[in-house]
Ligand binder design. Structure first.
Ligand code: PLP
Length: 455
């Protein structure tokens, strides 16, 4: 043959526009070809353990035959139908989600997390307008949160480097600090949760409670560096404050939902904590097909029904609630329940966390935190000053793990505004051997890094 076949890595360089850079930590793109369980194989035949479940979505790993069949069967019987009408899998899924949320919730389906959040913001604003509070339009969110890539969701996202080039001048978005004991904005570890919650109340009052529509938060900040409160006092206070000022509480459980944190939903870590609106995606379908959901407390839905038809929610998404995606979500939830995966995560959490905590013996590991199967390892140059480790060294660590067949994440923002946290979120179905490999490889790479630093 005169024409030589071009490799995928060559074609990739010419045609594909990649999102994010960290996954190409060692310069050449990693091109996956197949997967089995928590492992995938690249085009060169090298195997990797996926320590971040894709983008913390592939919660049941590759090769779940029942999910694949559910998608195929649905496509055979009804390939597509819009949700301006209805179809069985969407109705069944909405019913199942309401059951998981304790009853009384209604679902609007989207394509993924970003538009589930956009949907939530529009519902919150229209709800207040229809309830006689037309000025309640502002959305409060937290620094370090990630809520999506579209302009509204990005306006709620409060990570400077993700926004800086895009002129995100969407009015009406206000940010407050999250509780973040390791780098407390508020004082001691003990006081951090309480003060962070009080800051929400102060902000609502300073902005004018009559202008605030909603507060959106991830129960556990994930992409922003796995940041969570120390106790459930934060959740309790946030719920009280939102109720007191008629501010809708939107919980972004795009990552924390469906067992990732050792509970069905992350909000279940807070006693008496519950959402007015909850947004779901990713683990909802275990990453097999795109789907997002905005589940709304029935009392909010009812405000759309008063005054006849003029109060319709004017919002539609062609593929939101696609029949095959809904069928996949139903099967995913069935597997999670049948195989008791949430309990499994909760049971294994302490063992893994203990092993990960031991990593703080390395000179550059400042903090190890997490919950369920979601962990953050914060890397610093100096444990006293907590100055972040350089981007260059962090990228070297991520690349060294990749070389040894372990994929880990790193939070998006670059140092110094927060890119110094390694993120680990293995599939919930990972075997104990898989998890041993994860910890062993981190130890190998960290000890090499320590040696290099001291030489
Ligand atoms: N919310 C959170 C907490 C996320 O982590 C993400 C994605 O990483 C999103 C929303 C946006 O989801 P999507 O990428 O499906 O639009």
């Amino acid at each position: 043959e005169a024409e030589t076949k071009r490799s995928y890595s060559e074609k990739d360089q010419d045609y594909l526009w990649h999102g994010m850079k960290p996954y190409q930590a060692n310069g050449t793109p990693l091109i996956a070809e197949s997967g089995k369980g928590s492992w995938f194989t690249d085009t060169a035949g090298k195997r990797y353990f996926d320590g971040v479940s894709g983008l913390w979505c592939l919660n049941l790993g590759h090769g779940q035959e029942e999910i694949i069949e559910a998608a195929a069967n649905q496509m055979k019987s009804l390939a597509y139908f819009p949700l301006s009408f209805g179809h069985k899998p969407a109705i069944d899924l909405a019913e199942k989600l309401s059951e998981l949320l304790g009853g009384g919730y209604r679902s609007f389906f989207a394509n993924g997390g970003s538009d589930a959040n956009e949907t939530a913001f529009k519902i919150a604003r229209q709800h207040h307008k229809q309830s006689g509070n037309p000025e309640k339009t502002k959305i409060i969110s937290r620094y370090r949160a990630y809520h999506g890539n579209s302009l509204g969701a990005l306006a709620a996202t409060a990570q400077a480097n993700r926004k800086i080039k895009y002129d995100v001048n969407v009015p009406g978005f206000v940010h407050i600090p999250p509780p973040y004991a390791y780098r407390s904005s508020f004082g001691s570890y003990e006081e951090d949760d309480l003060r962070a919650a009080e800051y929400l109340e102060q902000t609502i009052l300073w902005e004018g409670a009559e202008t605030v529509a909603a507060f959106i938060m991830e129960p556990i900040i994930s992409g922003g560096g796995v940041i969570h409160p120390q106790s459930d006092i934060y959740y309790k206070k946030v719920r009280e404050i939102c109720t007191r000022y008629n501010v809708l509480l939107i919980l972004d459980e795009v990552v924390s939902g469906f067992g990732r944190t050792g509970k069905v939903f992350g909000y279940m870590h807070g006693d008496g904590f519950f959402p007015d609106i909850i947004t779901l995606a990713k683990g909802l379908t275990a990453g097999y097909l795109p789907l997002g959901a905005t589940c709304v407390h029935e009392s909010i839905y009812q405000s759309f029904k008063t005054n006849g038809t003029t109060n319709h929610f004017r919002h539609i998404s062609t593929y939101g609630g696609h029949p095959a995606s809904c069928a996949v979500a139903l099967k995913t939830i069935e597997i999670i329940e049948r195989d008791q995966l949430v309990n499994r995560v909760a049971r294994l959490e302490q063992t893994i966390l203990r092993k990960l905590h031991a990593l703080t013996s390395y000179s550059f590991v400042g903090d190890v935190r997490g919950i369920g199967f979601l962990y953050g390892i914060e890397l610093v140059k100096d444990k006293q000053t907590k100055e972040p480790l350089s981007d260059e060294t962090i990228k070297t660590i991520v690349a060294a793990c990749q070389k040894k067949g372990l994929i880990i994440g790193k939070n998006g923002d670059t140092v110094p505004s927060g890119g110094n946290v390694l993120i680990i979120a293995p599939p919930l179905t990972s075997t104990e051997d898989d998890l041993t490999f994860l910890v062993k490889t981190l130890n190998e790479v960290f000890s090499e890094t320590d040696k290099e630093a001291s030489s």
